[in-house]
Design a protein around this ligand. Sequence first.
Ligand code: ATP
Ligand code: MG
Length: 541
Amino acid sequence: MESPHTDFIRQRIQSDLAEQRLSQGVITRFPPEPNGYLHIGHAKSICLNFGVAKQFGGKTYLRFDDTNPLKESDEYVDAIKADVKWLGFEWTEVTHASDYFEEIYNYAVELIKADKAFVCSLDAEAMRSTRGSLTEPGQDSPYRGRSVDENLDLFQRMRNGEFAEGEHVLRLKIDMASPNINMRDPVIYRIRHVAHQRTGDAWCIYPMYDFTHCICDALEGISHSLCTLEFEDHRPLYDWVLDNINLNYHPPQIEFSRLGLEYTVMSKRILNRLVDESLVDGWDDPRMPTIAGLRRRGVTPAAIRDFCSRIGVTKQDNTVEMNLLEFCVRKDMEDSAPRGMGVLQPLKVVLTNFTEDQSIELQGPWHAQNESLGQRTLPIGRELYIERADFELEPPKKYKRLSPGEMVRLRYAFIIRCDEVIFDDNGDVAQLNCSYFEDSRSGQDTSGLKPKGVIHWVDAEAGVPVQVRDYQRLFKVPNPGSDTLLADINPDSVVHLNAVVEPAIMQHDSPRFQFERQGYFCKDAVLPDVFNKTVSLREGF
Ligand code: ATP
Ligand code: MG
């Protein structure tokens, strides 16, 4: 696996190890909420959490942060596990926030007993209007003075299911005047009469993220709780909870910047909308920035890991250019993907001096610079297809491809000359009649002819018709907004082409190919005879 560059988190871990501060070694966790599929931003967190544990011989838990049963499901749990594995990482154990519901509840009771938590019966609107603002302090809840006994009784009855949703919540008693809004008596439990995917009907009160996360981290002995920068303002609350309960282990929370990628969105809420509103064909649509979408598009785990290693880990907010991801994808496939021929916009060529039923079996390497990929057979007969873009009726100066009266070499085959152009009723070029030079066969050329260009082609009879899906950016603007989502979406983000590929491509085990001169393509994992374009051969193509 790629050797990671060092960063401030790895330096911190190294010094913690050097100073023997980690009696249990390095223990990290990746804590997704199972409310959607993982995206490339999560890959950054996965590479970091699993990567440091691997580097320093530690452990990583895959912990499902399943405290919001309304939005969560097993489909997401299974997809997340599959994606983490596919990315090349192994967890020490799968855990769930819900594994600790009883412990978390007991810590809440402990806080009530210490008069550090109270049951508040303000409705959501009243709670909002008394929270204050960045410039103004909040106001104490009128329920803040409830006695410990009353709070214990109400909280027990909340758990028993005696109240409706929203009737009561449990709040910490910290400081309504704190400049940090997160510290203004935050809610730590709310009533939800919703069955949970794992605990069923056992609970109708669920703990909030800020209360849950730090306790799970401490119970699991996490040595470094790595999270994204938006949680920096939550760190005082993380620390407050662990300082005020009887749990004698306190992990440090360390924040790093989120990954943003141009021309796409990374929030699961918005990705969910794209799926729900059928703006894409599901979570694994090859245009999606999800791991499942990237996989279907043909991107490999190695390319994603390389990308994550190149962007590094810092505290600077960064939106990365799509070009960097594409660069990593290309680099990964350059030497390893077999190179075959696919004609995306076919133009028929008839070799008039080929006899009707003649067919020659040519050979070509799968990769001219990587012999280990072997050879394939390339049949050629009287009729074939070339790329429409490789023919010009009126070529510009120094044109190297085919035009009337001119010659070109067919890759791994013969030199041909265009003798006649046949037009259809609309006046468009429909067919080229060409002659081929028998003594110009690649590798055995004695013709002395020197055409300037080499083009790709596919035999018409042996070639296989396929659909090629060429993807453009999903959004028209670098930073699409959630309010402007519909307006920002690129209506032409996929083009379907009726293409034809050489037969050996269909027989090969590899799903990924370079189509010579066209780009990298991947056989669709679901639809037969469909190829997804992974990336072009060059930047900005
Ligand atoms: P979203 O807003 O997309 O739902 P999230 O942070 O709520 O993202 P979680 O499932 O809670 O999603 O994330 C699991 C872990 O992945 C968290 O530790 C989170 O910080 C990290 N993560 C999520 N998005 C990114 C990102 N864009 N870059 C880096 N890490 C991320
Ligand atoms: Mg989240």
